[in-house]
Design a protein around this ligand. Structure first.
Ligand code: NAD
Ligand SMILES: CC(C)C1=CC=C(C(=O)O)[C@@H](O)[C@H]1O
Length: 256
């Protein structure tokens, strides 16, 4: 039976054209939400939008670089004009640069690469919250999920320092939001996926991915749908009293 627990809601998802983002978008559509898709890759996001519209869902999309506040602000204004006030935000866009399949060592990292990763993975989440929080505060309701990673709490040699630093910062940002916005009826939680089967996986060697599987109690990689289900739970009425939490979706890998 279809669970329509997000009907009447308008959800904005960043990085919606990617592996996890597209799965999140599909699940919100199936749960009855109006869905606003944001990505800077126009092709993937417009194709997803077409597929979802053709299946009868109410969606709209905008091209925006989450690192740029003006683009985020414009996208939010256009999308809420089309779909109604946005009450649910999934800050999912993220990057993890590699060089010939390997993360840059800290002693060789290009400062411009550091700035870009911070701009997308951390400031990007701030930009969307900054654009949407005024409406949420005014309406005394909002649901925010920020995408962290288990790399935000543990040393993982398959990612670089900028990635770990931004994913750790997302946890602090989320807890601050939970404290500051809670009195206005807004919850904020973070997801910390383990290794999930998306195009991001292909940026490292098959052996590196197998090493993660070997250390994962559930003995496999995760799927984008499993991350999507956790996001939908955290913004649904089933989790109204949950805020400021970090939920690992990692098959028991790196339990803490
Ligand atoms: N796949 C994993 O194993 C894994 C594990 C932990 C956390 N995560 C996190 O989950 C999120 C999604 O990852 P994914 O695996 O789906 O990656 P992905 O590369 O498949 O998708 C990322 C999407 O974000 C978009 N994007 C990148 N930079 C952007 C920008 N500046 N503005 C707007 N959109 C931008 C890309 O175009 C892409 O569509 C990321 O935050 C990632 O760090 C992924
Ligand atoms: C599993 C998780 C900590 C992870 C591993 C590797 C990545 C990468 O970019 O190669 C990231 O997706 C990351 O979150």
């Amino acid at each position: 039976m279809t669970n329509l627990r997000h009907s009447g809601r308008t959800v904005l998802i960043t990085g919606a054209g990617g592996g996890i983002g597209a799965s999140i978008a599909r699940l919100y559509c199936e749960e009855g939400a109006r869905v606003a898709l944001v990505d800077f890759d126009e092709q993937s996001v417009s194709e997803l939008s077409q597929q979802l519209s053709a299946a009868g869902h109410l969606v709209a999309w905008a091209k925006a670089d989450v690192a740029n506040f003006d683009q985020c602000s414009r996208a939010c204004a256009e999308l809420s004009e089309q779909l109604g006030p946005i009450d649910t935000l999934i800050n999912n866009a993220g990057v993890s640069p590699k060089h010939q399949g390997a993360p840059a060592p800290i002693w060789e990292m290009d400062p411009l690469e550091w700035d870009r990763v911070v701009g997308i993975n951390l400031t990007g989440s701030f930009n969307l919250v900054r654009a949407l929080a005024p409406g949420m505060v005014e309406r005394r309701f909002g649901r925010i999920v920020n995408m962290s990673s288990v790399a935000g709490s543990a040393f993982l040699p398959i990612v670089a320092a900028h990635y770990s630093a931004t994913k750790a910062a997302i946890i602090g940002f989320t807890r601050h939001l939970a404290g500051e916005l809670g009195p206005y009826g807004i919850t904020a939680n973070a997801l910390a996926p383990g290794r999930i089967e998306t195009p991001l996986l292909k940026t490292v060697s098959a052996q590196a991915n197998q090493a993660v599987v070997n250390e994962t109690p559930l003995g496999r990689l995760g799927t984008p749908l499993e991350v999507a289900k956790a996001a939908c739970f955290l913004t649904s009425n089933d989790s109204d009293f949950i805020t400021g939490q970090v939920v690992d979706v990692a098959g028991g890998w790196l339990m803490r």
